[in-house]
Write a protein that binds this ligand. Structure first.
Ligand code: FES
Length: 972
């Protein structure tokens, strides 16, 4: 929230991007707000607390956080923003390098990173990688793991020194190797101590078909606008006369609102509307952005007379300025009947615990009196009989934290009425089509009167697969008739957003002849105050957690439990991450106890090519699933390559007995994930040909920084025989792009990609038919397309532009275009092997991660650089999950670390070297053989780290995050 400006303005003169500017400003107005008001939208707001660095600009050439700077201190100073550096036509070497290296994912941090790097390179033109990491430490990035950002700065330094620059993307032969020969250039692969980032290695079977656009590390199609700081995010385009919405949240973890009085607030000049539960109809819904019908329970209303966590919604205000809105919130008088908080999921299920959902109008809660929202049981085979016959039965209990998404752009939306009296919702959402469908009944408007626009998104990771602000913002627009903007404060991201599910995981594995023949997974998942993704996350956890080792006799018993904490929701990894951590560690423990080689033990048991996934039908996602078998897998190759690249066995043996305080360790884990939700996720794509032979690709798929717009354009370009810059991508807008379920469940490459491929095949057919007529060729199938040209067997040809002009203006006139939809009844698992190397100080409990390596089979890699960025960023998030990230509460249920200064997320100078190797497979059901990559990237780090720490210390750790205190306690 902005601080209240003093009313009297003072004259300030400063040099802004090279031009002298006279500004009359309240003395305590923040430089950030002045710059954004002046149209310099590259300057971003991520926390307004000086913690994230998104608002960094150069003041007299020095990086400074503009959210902390009062205008009264700025007189006579020089301010430079990204807008001063370069334009799309003439990029600064740093901007060019960020584009070429894949340093941009969502792009929200990019302006601050580039400006910080510029100031650094001005002083240190020939830096070492670790110096770059140190220099960038004040600007957080949640997407990238900083690997390519460091690379970009080093590359720009070469240009700025005037030295010869090598192409960033190596020649094709550099990254093509036959996996069967395993002749890897291990000399190329880095050893501990090397800090220079490396390109991802892409290992390709000779049998894979050759492609032109697919498989290339193309620059992101939205990269140029992101690297120049164009106004592309939700907050960068604001309607005239917009009001500012603000949300009053509960200070209590559990309370009933006895009375709420808004009269004092309403009398404040500039307040335009205040809404409480008294003003809105009580319509039940669920905030999770999932397909129709959303899983029960629908346990929320837009505004309620009961609050169930600190940060729960109480009232909303719309006012002329953010400051008035903030002041109005303070003037709302609420009389609470404070109830007992319920913070522990096991205690929540005990008799006598306070009942969190005691309302009578929520359907679908399994046992409200015990705060159990879902009870799930699923079984195949005869687990009890087989356990009784096993050589050994092992059990283990594991606990995982309530991790924050920590995306840099807060949740934000702007609602307004257009000239046709239709509601336009401009929102940073992963699920624009679900938003439209879910809010329609809440605001009593038909779907046809709502248009949801998804601009660029500053990261989401699942946190924006929820409808958190759109309904309230729309209510304020309905109440005032005016455009309204609502944004979570950074603190509200913690208290009112979503998190990963905290879980207690109890596994029992039965072993006979070194085979896992029976498995039982008992899971308790903490969904927080509302059910939202409680059913589906925990079912996915059960499915993936019982499928990696795929015991034919398996049982899943799960309770999803309410607590009076901020709701858990969708978060990259979606249950699979937690359960695979647990089962991988238990498998290691078993191998140790049975004196087996852990890799061979796992190899004997992991899911094999062609194998049926026993739990696939029983554990769909929130419902019964479909029978599935593994149709492509390189898990074996991934492990073999990783073992070799890291010298695993040699190090593992050497680290068994160590003396002194510093102990080294190396660990590994194998993981699987999925590609979309089988039989449910649907995406569609439209491709339309233009006069010049270019194409519009219209997709409802939601690129939240993952690069999906780019890889979908590559698929279209491949099929249509044109360069990627002939594909103009537009995503996503419910009025203009076809339906897509949105960005979640690792579905975009696989499902939306399937739709793009079908649409491109259809358009290609139409082009060939028309070209055949032009060339007077009987059979269009005799034609080929290469580089914008359609070529006949006799080498006569027409260009793509000639076909476009002919079809639009001259012969058999029609629009060449197609819309296709795609759904799959399988969800092919990508597979991976994760390796971790650590140093543990056994005296202090401190852990230093020396290196992370993930070897990934995600089918065909459509764009190695963007895919590597996904894996690097995923490993960074997963390392936080493993070592330091958790949401902590006091006894009243207040979050004690609700800011980036208190909640630990890794900075650029704190992450280890992270490397990625891809082992390509050809998934038969995937577009060009692709599977997913976004989520498997987070699945393996925790178990590999626990494995490495055990190798270093001989101690098993089962409770994440592994803080120094927990490590010390374990060692003692
Ligand atoms: Fe850095 Fe998204 S690219 S926060």
């Amino acid at each position: 929230m902005k601080s209240k400006p003093k009313s009297k303005k003072i004259p300030i003169t400063l040099v802004l991007n090279g031009q002298s500017r006279d500004i009359d400003s309240p003395p305590n107005k923040k430089l950030l707000d002045v710059l954004r008001d002046a149209g310099l939208k590259s300057v971003k707001s991520g926390c307004r607390e000086g913690d994230c660095g998104m608002c960094t600009v150069l003041v007299n050439g020095v990086p400074a956080k503009s959210c902390l700077i009062n205008m009264e201190t700025m007189h006579g100073k020089r301010v430079d923003t990204l807008e001063s550096l370069g334009s799309e036509e003439k990029l600064h070497p740093l901007q060019q390098a960020f584009l070429e290296t894949g340093a941009i994912q969502c792009g929200f941090c990019t302006p601050a990173q580039i400006l910080t790097a510029k100031a650094f390179l001005d002083k240190n033109p020939n830096p070492k990688p670790e110096e770059v990491r140190e220099a960038l430490a004040n600007v957080l990035c949640r997407c990238t793991g900083y690997v390519r950002i460091v690379d970009a700065v080093l590359r720009a330094a070469v240009v700025l020194r005037g030295e010869q620059l090598q192409p960033y993307i190596p020649p094709e032969e550099f990254y093509k190797h036959d996996v069967n020969e395993i002749k890897l250039p291990f000399g190329y692969y880095r050893r501990i101590g090397d800090t220079k980032p490396l390109l991802p290695l892409v290992i390709t079977p000779e049998s894979m078909s050759k492609t032109v656009s697919v498989g290339k590390s193309s620059i992101k199609v939205d990269g140029p606008k992101l690297v120049t700081g164009k106004p592309v995010f939700t907050d960068d385009v604001q309607p005239e006369g917009m009001l500012y919405g603000a949300l009053l949240t509960s200070p209590h973890a559990h309370a009933r609102i006895k009375e709420i009085d808004t009269n004092r607030a309403k009398s404040l000049a500039g307040v335009r509307a205040i809404l409480t539960y008294k003003d809105l109809p009580r319509l039940k819904y669920a905030t999770g952005g999932q397909s129709y019908p959303q899983p029960l329970p629908h346990d929320q209303v837009s505004l309620d007379n009961k609050v169930r966590h600190v940060g729960d919604r109480v009232a909303v205000v719309a006012a002329d300025t953010p400051e008035i809105a903030a002041q109005a919130l303070e003037l709302i008088d609420v009389d609470y009947e404070v109830l007992e908080p319920v913070l522990d999921m096991e205690a929540a299920m005990q008799p006598g615990a306070a009942v969190i959902h005691d309302e009578s109008d929520t359907e679908g809660i399994f046992d409200a009196s015990r705060n159990i929202v879902h009870h799930i049981e699923a079984e195949v085979g005869s687990p009890d009989e087989v356990f009784a016959e096993c050589d050994h039965v092992f059990e283990g209990e594991y606990r995982t934290p309530k991790q924050q998404h920590g995306q840099m752009e807060p949740h934000i939306c702007i609602t307004s009425f257009d000239e046709d009296n239709r509601l336009v919702v401009r929102s940073s959402t992963q699920v624009p089509f679900h938003v439209r469908r879910i809010i329609a009944p809440l605001i009593d408007l038909p779907v046809k009167r709502i248009r949801v626009i998804k601009p660029r998104i500053g990261g989401g990771f699942g946190g924006k697969q929820e409808v958190l602000l759109e309904d309230l913002c729309a209510h304020l627009t309905l109440a005032t008739g005016k455009a309204v903007r609502m944004e979570y404060t950074r603190s509200q991201e913690f208290t009112s957003g979503r998190t990963r599910h905290r879980q207690i995981i109890r596994y029992k594995l039965g072993i006979k002849d070194e085979k896992v023949v029976a498995a039982e997974l008992r899971l308790i998942g903490d969904t927080g105050a509302y059910g939202t993704h409680g059913l589906t996350v925990n079912m996915v956890g059960g499915f993936k957690g019982l499928t990696l080792y795929n015991a034919p006799n398996s049982r899943f018993i799960c309770d999803v439990v309410y607590t009076t904490t901020p709701p858990a929701g969708a978060y990259r990894g979606y249950g699979a991450m937690q359960e695979q951590f647990a089962v991988e560690v238990l498998m290691e423990e078993i191998a140790e106890k049975l004196k087996l080689d852990v890799v061979e033990f796992k190899r004997k048991n992991w899911l094999k090519l062609g194998e049926t996934m026993h739990m696939a039908r029983k554990l769909g996602e929130g419902r019964e699933g479909y029978d599935q078998a593994m149709a492509s897998s390189a898990i074996d190759e991934c492990v073999r390559i990783g073992l070799k690249a890291t010298d695993f066995y040699k190090k593992r043996a050497a680290f068994q007995s160590q003396t002194g305080n510093i102990h080294h360790g190396i660990g590994m884990a194998v993981v699987i994930h999925g590609s979309g939700i089988a039989g449910l996720d649907m995406g569609a794509a439209t491709i339309k040909m233009n006069d010049d032979g270019s194409f519009n690709l219209l997709i409802g798929a939601t690129d939240l920084g993952t690069g999906s717009d780019t890889i979908l354009a590559q698929m279209a370009a491949e099929q249509l025989g044109v360069p990627i810059n002939d594909i103009i991508v537009y995503s996503s807008d419910t009025d203009f792009t076809p339906f897509d379920k949105g960005a979640y469940a690792s579905s975009t490459t696989y499902i939306s990609g399937g739709a793009v491929l079908k649409a491109a095949q259809n358009v290609r057919r139409q082009i060939l038919v028309h070209a055949a007529k032009m060339l007077k060729i009987n059979n269009p199938k005799d034609l080929t397309i290469y580089n914008r040209t359609i070529i006949a067997p006799d080498e006569s040809s027409v260009t793509m532009e000639e076909v476009a002009l002919s079809s639009l203006h001259q012969m058999d006139q029609h629009q060449i275009m197609a819309t296709e939809s795609h759904l799959s009844y399988v969800s092919p698992p990508p597979t991976a092997a994760q390796f971790a190397e650590v140093m543990v100080n056994v005296e202090s409990g401190e852990i230093e991660v020396e290196r992370l390596l993930m070897v990934v089979d995600c089918g065909r890699v459509i764009n190695p650089l963007t895919a590597a960025g996904q894996v690097e960023g995923g490993m960074a998030q997963a390392l936080g999950f493993t070592l330091c990230e958790d949401t902590t509460f006091d006894s009243a249920g207040r979050i004690t670390n609700d800011s980036f200064s208190k909640y630990k997320m890794y900075k650029s100078n704190e992450l280890p070297p992270m490397d990625v190797i891809f082992v390509q497979t050809d998934e038969p059901s995937g577009p060009y053989g692709a599977k997913s990559v976004a989520e498997i990237s987070v699945d393996g780090t925790a178990p590999a780290m626990v494995s490495a720490i055990h190798n270093a210390t001989g101690v098993w750790f089962r409770d994440l995050p592994l803080t120094k205190e927990k490590i010390l306690a374990g060692l003692r």
